[in-house]
Design a protein around this ligand. Structure first.
Ligand code: UDP
Length: 236
């Protein structure tokens, strides 16, 4: 399927229409932003890593019963996906305290949580993706009650599947962000990406950060960390 007009350009990806209204093509860029766009840069090779890692993990999740928008990898940077209407929520799953949760609650990063924590943010750049709770989601009709139940169940199941899978590659899944969408037929599916841009990955032995925190916090070895995740998961 060929690319047609660009329908969206975000910070890290471009989405193109195809000749079939039920499908689109995602192209992953090397551009990186952090702190709601305040910090900008490029991470050489990031687009290819995020494309390949996302597709690998989406394929794994599909094989374990989670419906996703993934259809087929087209090349290093481009993937054919089902066209969906994105539910305007960032669904965050946490296994260890880190990032904004550690800051907000005054916790040491790496503190083990007694159970996974689910958080929701309203996807709105101008407002800085404010955190919302389940009442906000239902009262503002960001999702229906049924959709919210499915999203929660999928998010926790995805956490179980990915935590076990990544552990085998020596990677600790600290936290991650998911987005869901609805296909033309009304099916709720996992969409967007699962990559070092959207997950905190720590080396299981050393706790070395192998994700976007290296860029956010100027830790150096940013490209190397992305490549290391690709190597551990796809053996390339
Ligand atoms: N995250 C993301 N996009 C966002 C916000 C968060 O992919 O707009 C991911 C982030 O990479 C981390 C998890 O969600 O894996 C939790 O992020 P947190 O709330 O700690 O925010 P941050 O510290 O990244 O600002």
């Amino acid at each position: 399927m060929d690319k047609r007009e660009q329908i969206y350009e975000g910070k890290a990806k471009i989405v193109y229409a195809t000749e079939d209204p039920d499908y689109c093509i995602v192209r992953y860029k090397d551009d990186a932003t952090a702190f709601n766009g305040l910090k900008k840069g490029t991470i050489a090779g990031k687009g290819a890593v995020n494309n390949r890692v996302t597709n690998h993990l989406m394929h794994l999740l599909e094989s374990r019963g989670i419906p996703t928008h993934y259809v087929r990898e087209l090349d290093d940077r481009e993937t054919l996906v089902k066209r969906v209407r994105i539910i305007p929520l960032e669904v965050i799953v946490r296994n260890l305290a880190a990032g904004s949760m550690a800051k907000r609650l005054g916790l040491e990063e790496g503190l083990e949580l007694k159970k996974p924590v689910l958080e929701f943010s309203y996807k709105n750049d101008e407002l800085g993706d404010p955190m919302v709770n389940e009442d906000h989601i239902l009262a503002l009709a960001f999702a229906t009650e049924k959709e919210l139940e499915i999203i929660k169940a999928y998010a926790l199941r995805i956490d179980e599947i990915l935590t076990a899978y990544l552990a085998e590659a020596g990677i600790r899944l600290v936290d991650f962000k998911l987005e869901f969408g609805k296909t033309a037929g009304g099916t709720l599916v996992l969409a967007d990406e699962i990559s070092p841009d959207t997950c905190r990955f720590w080396d299981a032995d050393t706790n070395e950060k192998l994700d976007k925190d290296r860029f956010r916090r100027d830790l150096g070895q940013v490209e190397g960390a992305y490549r290391e995740i690709l190597r551990r998961l796809l053996d390339v």
